[in-house]
Ligand binder design. Structure first.
Ligand code: G1P
Length: 287
């Protein structure tokens, strides 16, 4: 099965400036965990143990987060705070590798950086901005589809027509309740040119064949090497399927979406949800 995940984290996070001036967007907290940890835990739940981060400048905090913190551990042990020790030690059985993307040339270029670490196996790509409700396993569904089709699988979600220009949009033939055979895709089209309102969301299961299409690709939308453009070429020669998700997904890569993500997790957190609900009701009644 799929054992490796590639997590592109080289983006500048300009939507969150000044918060992201000196620290990575991926380390913004959702309650007590950074954004990136949700993606790692999601992949871990389906048995992925090897994580390849495609990083850039100012991303050291991500490496430190997934590393051992010897001094902190000793302090926690001395203070008898074993519950906290468990929380910070939860990555010990996982393997992390970091590759620097030399220039910020886009998502396609970031994935290409992982080529020599992937060899000839299928792999997952998770974009940590897209936070998926942990009560649902989108990756598990995608993996069983992959087992069945032995072809690349991309997560899809219907978005409102006014939002299509924020996503890769696909045209496809529905072949079952939640599965599409993708016929075309276009990166961030104008509303008038979008072939549907089925958007690509940040979960992909890819085969190494994608690297052939990424190599030599010319810059596309926004002057960047786009994964969508490589997939568009790939699907002309081999089937590519879409899995339409059936659960909540939050775009924590922009301010309002980030806020919604925090509110959703706060309302689901047994420790604080009761008080938080009360607080929200009080606030709303004051408006
Ligand atoms: C990337 C992809 C886009 C996809 C989106 C999902 O865009 O290029 O096709 O729809 O992720 O979040 P980004 O949001 O990184 O600009």
């Amino acid at each position: 099965m799929i054992k490796k995940a590639v997590l592109p984290v080289a983006g500048l996070g300009t939507r969150f400036l000044p918060a992201t001036k000196a620290s990575p967007k991926e380390m913004l907290p959702i309650l007590d965990k950074p954004l990136i940890q949700y993606a790692v835990e999601e992949a871990e739940r389906v048995g992925i143990k090897d994580f390849i981060f495609i990083t850039g400048k100012h991303k050291r905090a991500i490496e430190d987060h997934f590393d051992k913190a010897v001094e902190l551990e000793e302090r926690l042990i001395k203070a008898g705070k074993l519950d906290l020790l468990k929380k910070i030690n939860s990555f010990e059985h996982l393997n992390f590798a970091y590759i620097r993307q030399k220039e910020p040339k886009g998502l396609g270029d970031a994935i290409l950086c992982a080529k020599s670490f992937i060899a000839d196996e299928a792999f997952a790509v998770l974009l940590s901005d897209d936070v998926i409700d942990p009560n649902f396993s989108v990756l598990e569904k995608m993996m069983s589809l992959y087992e069945d089709k032995k072809a690349p699988i991309i997560a899809l979600e219907e978005v409102p027509p006014e939002e299509v220009s924020r996503y890769g949009i696909v045209a496809g033939k529905k072949i079952s309740d939640d599965c599409y055979l993708i016929e075309d895709m276009i990166e961030k089209p104008d509303k008038s040119k979008a072939p549907s309102n089925l958007a690509i969301i940040g979960r992909y299961l890819l085969t190494p064949s994608i690297f052939r299409y990424l190599e030599g690709l010319t810059p596309g939308k926004g002057g960047e090497i786009q994964l969508t453009d490589a997939l568009r070429e790939l699907l002309k020669e081999t089937p590519v399927y879409g899995y339409k998700i059936k659960c909540r997904r939050y775009d924590a890569g922009e301010k309002f979406g980030y806020l919604k993500t925090i509110i959703y997790f706060a309302l689901s957190d047994p420790e604080i949800s009761h008080d938080f609900r009360k607080f929200l009701k009080e606030q709303l009644s004051c408006i």
